[in-house]
Design a protein around this ligand. Sequence first.
Ligand SMILES: Nc1ncnc2c1ncn2[C@@H]1O[C@H](COP(=O)(O)OP(=O)(O)O)[C@@H](O)[C@H]1O
Ligand SMILES: [Mg+2]
Length: 393
Amino acid sequence: MKIERLRLKSFRNYESLDLTPHPGMNLFFGRNGAGKTNLLEAIHYCALGRSHRTAADRDAVRRDEPAGAVGVTVLSDSGSRSEISIRLTPGEAKGKTVFIDRKRALRMADLMGHVRCVIFSPEDLMLVREGPSVRRRFLDMLLSQLDPACFLALQRYNRALEQRNSLLREQKRTGRSDGDLLFSYERLMAEAASVIIPKRRTAGERLRAIAAQKYAAICGREEEIFDLRYQPCTEATDPGIIREEAALIWKGRREEDRIRGGTSFGPHREDLRLTLDDREMKLYASQGQIRTAALAMKLAQLALIEEVSGEKPVLLLDDVMSELDMTRRTRLLQEIGGAQTFVTCTDESDLEGLSERRTYRVTLGDDGCACVTETRPGDEAEITESAEEPDFT
Ligand SMILES: Nc1ncnc2c1ncn2[C@@H]1O[C@H](COP(=O)(O)OP(=O)(O)O)[C@@H](O)[C@H]1O
Ligand SMILES: [Mg+2]
């Protein structure tokens, strides 16, 4: 899968950009704060409809502008081309709209699978260091890219969960209870959970096998065993049983949940447990082991996307080259293979070992806008900073 064209309009510190990237390696240099990560974020938006940072859509729209847009033209390995764009309108009731081949998509789920990407960034260490929500997001973003039905189920689950929680809090405040309404939310949650859990389980098992291999390959010592285990909220595997069991548990815990003001059971409490030689990584692992584990997880994500979709996703490497030592860097570069890659860095010396590339410089203009210029012009290169509105609204 290759991005043939990337367009930004009033996105972060970009006023407007129209870029035709190289199908192989694209390098973006620039000082801190120039706008390099913003570019990768724009690609991530086109893949998943949201930022890879935990940022709100409102922050992604250029300051003092009511709306922004990002768009890509992608060419799949099978030769089909699609045009994806997202218009962000944080001030309006519908905060974002997806367009596929210039037609307005009805649901966010329609976006999934058109553009697939994997981002590597220094924040990946959070996968190991932080709490379960970071790992759930990792797993769910992976699943969403592979399976729109899973994205849809997650969306439905989260919406119904929020409604159940807010009803429980209201009941706590007013002392009144409405079992019928609670039951209807719990039914929706149970239906969604019966989709989410089996999919997380299957992906979790594959990730476990691949991540262990990747860890061993990077660390080079066979006695260090990295294990990533999905921790489901139920042992049930059959969707029908999950649905019944979950609904029963939520019904049985209403009083307890009302007191705590939240839902104590469900997929939103699950985790991926990371251990090294059977010991909890967060507590025992060294800095180097944490780095290796995080990299192994991301490489496993890349491998799994390729395995399921049959195509290499677009790779986004945000400031990671300087963070990695030679072994890890070489490993990462080996895995990149023929994937289209967007690399950002502040220092040219971070790029030893990279070949066949196109280099861009990202600078800040006097007006505070980011500007992207190619530093070594090639024939296929083409960058236009247009003053006109790109017509992907
Ligand atoms: N909504 C926004 N409007 C205008 N500028 C923004 C917005 N959000 C972030 N920025 C600017 O973008 C810059 C950060 O860009 P980033 O891509 O993270 O930099 P880097 O090149 O270090 O990766 C900062 O200068 C910040 O002020
Ligand atoms: Mg950055």
